[in-house]
Design a protein around this ligand. Structure first.
Ligand code: CIR
Length: 255
């Protein structure tokens, strides 16, 4: 969670057509843009150098740069997003990554992985199998991660949850924030676990960046709980991006 650098992408006007699993009404471009501007400002306040890529009208979900690639200080990996409308986002972000990283690996084979399914921890990298990330893709990714000198392990995402990280985030070296439904699987048995209050599951996608913890602003009990635990909280509005199933981690690639 110590980061110097991040990549974000400006929302496109087409963001109103972003994918969503439920029946949510569309977000407005203006309100998404406002949430995105606040996010960039919060990242900079946290000491991160932010590179802003241009909007891509052809890809409504391309603001969620976390999904088509995975980055570490050691190098980047171009993924293959599991939603048909998002597959081209990997090629679109490739030139920026090749500019910024000496090593850029391509996910080999024909499997799928969304970066939202990948949780990097000091103990290793967890790859959640989901409707977007299949076993072929996850196994190929584990090989790439190994090449970059890290260890990866495949884990399960709860049924009906978009991404592994929809339901969890890393708070510090040894602590995760998790929904009860994900923690029940035992996946975090080697961590200290902080469980999200019932009904605030969407708060699980928080984002620790250096000294601060960005937390979705719409979840008062979670904010209060984390504040009491001593984290330096920055409450971030996520209601608009939430309409298209996104949270705070989705909006950047960090290293
Ligand atoms: C999608 O369904 O792909 C987007 N509407 C939301 C992606 C959220 N990304 C993430 O959690 N990493």
């Amino acid at each position: 969670y110590h980061f110097n650098s991040a990549i974000v992408r400006e929302p496109s006007r087409s963001v109103v057509d972003g994918l969503r699993a439920g029946e949510h009404a569309s977000p407005t471009y203006e309100r998404v843009k406002a949430e995105h501007d606040d996010y960039i400002a919060a990242m900079r306040d946290a000491g991160v150098r932010v590179t802003i890529l241009l909007a891509l009208e052809a890809f409504p979900d391309s603001i969620f740069v976390e999904d088509p690639a995975l980055v570490f200080t050691e190098g980047a990996i171009l993924l293959r997003p599991g939603a048909a409308s998002r597959m081209g986002e990997a090629a679109a972000i490739a030139p920026a990554l090749r500019d910024m990283f000496d090593t850029v690996l391509d996910l080999p084979g024909d499997g799928y992985v969304d970066g939202g399914d990948v949780l990097t921890t000091p103990q290793g990298v967890m790859i959640g199998l989901s409707a977007r990330t299949d076993k072929t893709g996850a196994e190929a990714l584990a090989v790439c991660i190994d090449k970059l000198g890290r260890k990866a392990k495949l884990v399960a995402t709860p049924e009906g949850v978009l991404h592994f990280k929809t339901d969890c985030s890393l708070l510090d070296e040894e602590t995760v924030l998790s929904t009860a439904r994900l923690a029940r699987s035992g996946v975090f048995k080697d961590f200290k676990q902080i469980i999200i209050p019932e009904g605030e599951e969407a708060a699980a996608n928080a984002l620790r960046v250096n000294d601060v913890l960005m937390v979705p602003a719409e979840h008062p009990r979670t904010l209060d709980m984390l504040d009491r635990l001593g984290y330096r909280i920055v409450a971030m509005k996520t209601a608009e991006i939430g309409r298209i199933d996104a949270g705070l981690s989705c909006l950047s690639l960090r290293w």
